[in-house]
Design a protein. Sequence first.
Length: 430
Amino acid sequence: MKIFRFAIVSILAALVASTTAPASAPTQARRMLAIRAAQVDGYHRLAELAMEAHLAADRTVRSALPPAGDAEIALRLYLRSARMVGDTRVYSDGVAEADIEIPLDGVVQKILQLCPPPTGRTWLLEDLRGQAVDGSLRVGGGGRVPQDVPPEVVARLESSPPDELAEMFPAGWERVTVEGRVEAVRRARVRAYEAMAALVRGLRVGSTWTADDLVAGSPAAETLLDQFLRSLPVAGPPRMMPDGIAEVEVAVPVRELIQTLKDIRAMAPSDSRWTEEQVDQLSVQLKAERLVVTGRGMPPPDQVLPAEALTELPGAPLPDWAAGVLEARGTARVPEDIDDPAEARLLAARSAKARAVADLEKQVDAVVLEDGRTVRDRAAKEEAFRRDVATLLASAKTVRYQPSADGKRWEADLRLPLMRLWGFSRTHRP
């Protein structure tokens, strides 16, 4: 229920803006930004789906993980491997939609790794498995062009692969307080320095010893190494990623690291465990001019406002039909006059889906809008509206697509929420 409410609130938030401005054809840059905003919304919904999955009747993934801790960050980082699938959809009012998909098995394995069941118990994650279609979790996201996007962010987005999650602040951070953003960056910075210390101390000098072995037991050596690590600057500004994770990088030039280890070595010239020549070999061993680590942090949950806090519902009452969902089923017999069974099934599957789409189109055409006209009547007179209706039909979700029990027919079930239709049907058109 919480996921459903989150989705409805997100959709309404987009609709608020879509009903307050005249419609105009989005420019290519605005289309790209709107699609990216939809992508961000999709990742948020996917994360909510995973976090609210039930390990047991009384325990969700969210309740099992320390809030905003390393495990939650690890899960959200894994979800970044989700990719946009299918065609993105952009309406004339500037609202975009995108579908995000990730294999179910990978998500389940990651959750079980982060939330191992007690001895003798098994986490089934039945509700999460029930959301999958053809072995994948797919969610739809919707969004508009974010407010006040700096030109450098636009340039970065244009150069990023379209199916990868890219930074586009303030998208994804609208509900985080200023204090929450500062704390997320602070946590990321702390983890970055911890990661750099672990990396440097784990470096092998020679064939036997690590840097940590060589400084252990010497307060002076420990102090010199710690001072060097703490003096390292962060490498560039923090990245406020759209999935709510702040990222901070810390870098160390290998040449400076080698000199520091030599200084430590000089503090104990009689130490036979390592030589300056072995320290110099680190430059060959590392094969890099500098070492870079990334620290990540999330804002405390109490610094994230509820979704409702940013949503002003439209003044006009929501008609009953706008909250509805249309469903259509198409069936087709597997042709018996085709020798190749695979080809016969493919033809039947396509035919079943085409019939479901045709049925859905008839249902949409018959919807009576607020001005008393049907969708069919208005689409016949308004080209932009007609294009939006076609885009809406393309967004229909396939919830069942499989052969019948006897294998002689193919069945396809589609679902189409009507909230988006209500949004663009109310947009002023000159």
